[in-house]
Every structure is written in structure tokens, then in C-alpha cells.
Design a protein around this ligand. Sequence first.
Ligand SMILES: NC(=O)C1=CN([C@@H]2O[C@H](COP(=O)(O)OP(=O)(O)OC[C@H]3O[C@@H](n4cnc5c(N)ncnc54)[C@H](OP(=O)(O)O)[C@@H]3O)[C@@H](O)[C@H]2O)C=CC1
Ligand SMILES: CC(=O)N[C@@H](CCC(=O)OP(=O)(O)O)C(=O)O
Length: 332
Amino acid sequence: MSLSETSLVDTKDAPKSAAASRPATVFVDGGSGTTGLGINERLKLQNDVVVKTIADDKRKDPAAKKALMEEVDLVILCLPDDAAKETVALIDSMGDAGPKVLDASTAYRVAPDWAYGFPELAPDQAGKIKAAKKVSNPGCYPTGGIALLRPIVDAGLLPPDYPISVNAVSGYSGGGKSMIASFEDGSAPSFELYGLGFEHKHLPELQLYSNLTRRPIFIPSVGNYRQGMLVSIPLQLDALPGKPSGADLQATLAKRYAGSRHVSAMPLQNEASKGGRLEPEALNETNMLELYVFASDKYHQAVLVARLDNLGKGASGAAVQNMRLMLGMADV
Ligand SMILES: NC(=O)C1=CN([C@@H]2O[C@H](COP(=O)(O)OP(=O)(O)OC[C@H]3O[C@@H](n4cnc5c(N)ncnc54)[C@H](OP(=O)(O)O)[C@@H]3O)[C@@H](O)[C@H]2O)C=CC1
Ligand SMILES: CC(=O)N[C@@H](CCC(=O)OP(=O)(O)O)C(=O)O
């Protein structure tokens, strides 16, 4: 069989089960793409995980993939949506003996029989991910938007039908290999708004997991830098029912994410902070997400901002966090 195996520990006797004393086995389908490479880089640092790889000339061969998937505990899909659906069909055909699956594509993010892979979504979400056979890894922009919105909706500070606008900027790696090539060969513009057709693929998950009943307006943009993103949400505080202050919003986020390893509610930024600036690259190569409230008591206005690495907590970092949960392994 033309399958190869990359082992980061001795795998000769590694059984299929991911019991604590044995290394877990993982196959990254689409491992040479942008998200897949990021996952593989992270997994190289984890000596309790064995990554099984497929020969390059077989990487799109369903029979070879199926044979490999019979040997692993978990498959991570880093593929375009249609290819992800094909691999999921292969896994489904294996019945109960099939591996767990974590999908980085958009294909199953609002599917009711999949768990949404944002462990910080709610207090019980990590447990749902741990118990699930199928987990969808969140989109990069929704990771920031949901992290900001969900706690303040749940706390009753933001009505679920409130008209929300979400603005965002991403580095060009968010568009995968083709967008990276167009920026690096100079054919892409330096900066571009997109999503102006109101149909961006992240809107369903952004609305659903933020607990919003009204569809938000979402205007993403992409800039001429490789990775890192900001997601921002302006709010007229005196138009909200309880007229919350910026401090109320910050306290709600701080309470919700207290003790979280990967999500930080940052100190309130107000007139006294004299800052008023934020750049998108500070968290690159990390699995961290920072949440800011910029607020003006004078004008009763606020802007919520999430900062993350689109390839970290927005993709590969989140995938490895979810993988470890699904395999019953400690967070790193
Ligand atoms: N980039 C990002 O920031 C994020 C991306 N994602 C999602 O992750 C998924 C992958 O995206 P990304 O890594 O950016 O994309 P890339 O275009 O960088 O990589 C996709 C990879 O999938 C491979 N591939 C395509 N079809 C098949 C197939 N049938 N079998 C095996 N491999 C195949 C491609 O190979 P080839 O080029 O030879 O066709 C390529 O290596 C997408 O669904 C994307 O939406 C999620 C979060 C963030
Ligand atoms: C700059 C750019 O093009 N970004 C991508 C989103 C990247 C991402 O996280 O999306 P998925 O996980 O859903 O693929 C886009 O807007 O389609």
C-alpha cells in the first residue's frame, strides 16, 4: 500500500484507541494546504500524537484515504467544502468503526448533528466537543464575532434582534493558497472590502452561535499582510435597552472568560486610556484571542474588537485545541 507514516513517537505497537497511555493517531486530510500545514507544524511539538500521512500521489485517492482512516483515531479535514463532504461520506460508510472527524471547512458548521468547535462558546461546550464524533472547526471571523457577542446577548445587555454590524480585516492567508499566491505575485489590490453581496459564508454560524435572531451585516476586508485579524462591532450604547456602559460590557466579557487559557477579556479602553489604536498581527503564531471594549462615556458609544491570528485561534490553533479535547488529552 502506498501509504507512509510519520511518527513522532514509536508507533509499532500503537493501538487504535487513544487511551491515556498510548499515543493517539491522527490523519490530516489536506495536510499540504495553508490550514493543514499549520496543524502539522503544531503537532510536531506534541509527542503524545502520531500523525499518519498519505503518499503525495495518493492524497486525493478515496480508497487510499479510507485505508488510512481505518487505522486512526481522528481525521482532521483541511479541504475545500466539497472535498470535505466526500471524506465525511467515506467516514460515514465505515459506520461505528470509523474515526472521529474534525472539519475545518464551512460545510458542517451549522449542522445539528455536529458539535461546534468553539470550546469557549458556553460553559458546557468543551464537554460537547469532547463527547462528539463529529466537530466543525469555527470560521476565523465568527470566532472573534461570536466571542464578543454571545456573552452580552446571554447577559441581556444586547437584545437578540438588535441590528448588528460586524466589520473585519484579515491577512491574506485567510483566503488559502490561491489568495496567498495573488498577494505574493503582486496581482491583488493592497486592500479590499468584500462580502458586499450580503452572503458571506460565515454569516450563518455568526448569527446562530451569537444567539441573534436578526441577521447581522458583515463587511470583511483583506489587507496586504500575511496573517492576523481584527473583528469590530460598533454599538450606540444609549440605543440599547438598559443603556449599559463600556464598563458593563467589559465586565460581562471578563466574567464570561475568567480562567480561560485562550480567550482574554482585556482591560476597558476609554477616554482615560489614550490609546484608540489596535493592529492585527500581535497574536500571530498563537492560539490566543483578545477581546477589547473601546468606549466613550461622553458620547455613549462603544466598539467591541476581537484580535486573533486567522491561522491560529481562527484555524489551526483551534483545530489542535479541539483535537486534544476530542481525544481526551490535556490542553496545551
Ligand atoms: N486559511 C484560513 O485562514 C482558514 C481556512 N479554513 C478552511 O480550511 C479549509 C482549507 O483551507 P486552506 O488551508 O486555507 O486552503 P488551501 O487552498 O490552502 O489548501 C487546501 C488543500 O486541500 C487540498 N485538496 C483539495 N481537494 C482535495 C482532495 N479531494 N483530497 C485531498 N486534498 C485536497 C489542496 O490541494 P491542491 O492545491 O493540490 O488542490 C490544498 O493543499 C477550507 O475549507 C477553508 O475554508 C478555515 C479557517 C481559516
Ligand atoms: C481573507 C479571506 O478570504 N478569508 C476567508 C475566510 C477564512 C476562514 O476562516 O474561513 P473558513 O474557515 O470558513 O474557510 C473568506 O472570507 O472567505
